[in-house]
Design a protein around this ligand. Structure first.
Ligand SMILES: Cc1cc2nc3c(=O)[nH]c(=O)nc-3n(C[C@H](O)[C@H](O)[C@H](O)COP(=O)(O)OP(=O)(O)OC[C@H]3O[C@@H](n4cnc5c(N)ncnc54)[C@H](O)[C@@H]3O)c2cc1C
Length: 438
């Protein structure tokens, strides 16, 4: 996993009661906790491992509007505004810089996808614009790639995943939130069908409301309560280079590589055209629901059958409050980086920008993402369990939108006016019978 650049000390004890329990100390749960604490609402975040160590510190740090489905753009616009004030809000530079993001197209078909996306968001008045080869050569000098074109959004940006979740956690605690690590929530406590608390491995906490922000574990948690949240895992491998002279501050996504500058002057690099799909029982249960999204993306997937399948099979799908839950068995999901895929990323990048031939790899890691069938998150009350709200399924692009996603989740938990229209994120869009129990 990447080196964390922020020391964080959380609480050794948990209170017996609070108003809101947040399950999961990823960036979504933490931004929600910050919001709640700022509103003077007692909140306790319970994290089964260490804060931020699953997806939220392992991601690339891109904060983008570009490429998002039109209904998802308002959340990213709201996040841009919140990222811009984050350093002041949390008292720490979280690395947010609006240096722009660029996607490159090698073929006319890829270029057509960028054109179609731009047309789909024309009503939103974004600063995205199409690029030709000369624009790319000017904005990112020293390249050898021949491009059908590209697309650039100057107001997109980046923040540092090895700082932001931890600084947000520290600020939430300074404003009154309690954060407890190594404390898995086994299940909800219900009274007359409504949330009355949570059962943790260390005992129970009474509360009125629960926000489930458990990332890729939310599906299993809800499944134990008879609620279906369709998400499937995908693994992405990443590397960071030592500080070096690079071609641009813009984050660049090619068809089979991507790079963006790290705050220390190195680069974070991936093979953007390769994601590992680790097969599991869930693929048999809900895989068919992904056929629509697969049609254009099949070539991205490297299907793997093996270790993950068996490890996942051995984790319980049903348990009770007294039994050790899957969340205690896997404190931190930490898949191995795929050296072959990372080597491809460096080869493809160096072919396009030869300066990367001098790059020295400093560290490598991988992260497992939770993908919904339509690639939009679920930020929604769960109608079948009054008092429960879920914010999960961020589908590989939830770091950038986390400030507004956390705010929206806090709004829904407290019945406040939502920061953006929550309709695109409702759970019922993904469940056959609304979000009633399955
Ligand atoms: C390699 C990689 C690259 C990515 N790049 C980008 C990018 O450039 N831009 C972008 O916007 N997004 C990106 N993403 C996606 C982004 O990282 C995620 O969408 C985001 O971090 C999700 O945050 P989260 O809080 O929902 O989940 P997580 O960070 O996974 O946090 C969930 C937490 O809940 C805890 N938990 C779960 N169940 C329980 C329980 N029962 N009790 C207690 N704790 C529990 C887990 O331990 C975990 O810490 C990337 C992801 C990966 C893996």
């Amino acid at each position: 996993m990447p080196r964390i650049d922020f020391p964080l000390a959380t609480s050794p004890d948990m209170p017996a009661a609070t108003t809101v329990v947040v399950i999961g100390g990823g960036i979504v749960g933490l931004t929600a906790a910050l919001e709640l604490a700022e509103r003077g609402i007692p909140v306790v975040v319970l994290e089964k491992g260490r804060v931020g160590l699953e997806q939220s510190s392992r991601n690339l740090g891109w904060a983008r509007k570009m490429g998002r489905a039109a209904p998802d753009v308002p959340l990213s616009l709201a996040s841009d505004r919140l990222w811009a004030g984050m350093a002041e809000r949390v008292g720490c530079d979280v690395g947010y810089r609006q240096q722009g993001i660029m996607y490159l197209a090698r073929t006319e078909d890829e270029m057509a996808m960028h054109r179609d996306w731009l047309a789909s968001v024309a009503h939103l008045d974004l600063d995205s614009r199409l690029l030709g080869q000369a624009d790319i050569d000017r904005l990112v000098p020293g390249g050898r790639g021949k491009w059908a074109g590209g697309i650039h959004t100057p107001s997109d940006g980046r923040a540092e995943p090895t700082i932001a979740p931890f600084a947000i956690a520290a600020a939430a605690m300074a404003k009154g939130a309690v954060i407890v690590e190594n404390c898995a929530v086994r299940m909800l406590s219900l009274s007359a069908g409504k949330v009355s608390g949570v059962v943790t491995e260390r005992g129970e906490i009474r509360c009125d409301r629960v926000l489930l922000a458990g990332g890729l574990w939310s599906r299993r948690f809800l499944g134990n309560h008879g609620i279906s949240l369709p998400t499937l895992p995908l693994i992405s491998s990443v590397l960071r280079t030592r500080p070096m002279e690079g071609p641009t501050e813009i984050a660049v996504g090619g068809p089979d590589f991507s790079f963006r500058k790290h705050r220390d002057g190195g680069y974070i690099v991936t093979q953007r055209g390769a994601l590992i799909a680790p097969l599991s029982l869930d693929h048999l249960l809900i895989g068919m629901r992904y056929l629509g999204s697969l049609s254009g993306n099949r070539s991205l997937l490297r299907i793997r059958f093996g270790g993950h399948f068996l490890r996942d099979l051995m984790l319980a799908r049903r348990w009770n409050a007294k039994s050790v839950s899957p969340f205690e068995r896997v404190r931190t999901m930490s898949p191995e980086a795929d050296e072959g895929i990372n080597a491809e990323a460096m080869r493809n990048l160096t072919a396009a920008w030869p300066v990367f031939g001098k790059a020295v790899v400093e560290e490598v890691w991988a992260g497992m993402m939770d993908i919904t069938p339509d690639s939009l998150p679920v930020i929604s009350p769960v109608a079948a369990i009054p008092g429960l709200t879920v914010a999960s399924g961020f589908s590989g692009h939830g770091f950038g939108t986390s400030p507004a996603a956390g705010r929206l989740a806090a709004d829904l938990v407290t019945d406040a006016t939502p920061v953006v229209d929550p309709t695109p994120y409702r759970l019922s869009r993904l469940t056959k019978s609304g979000d009633a129990k399955s």
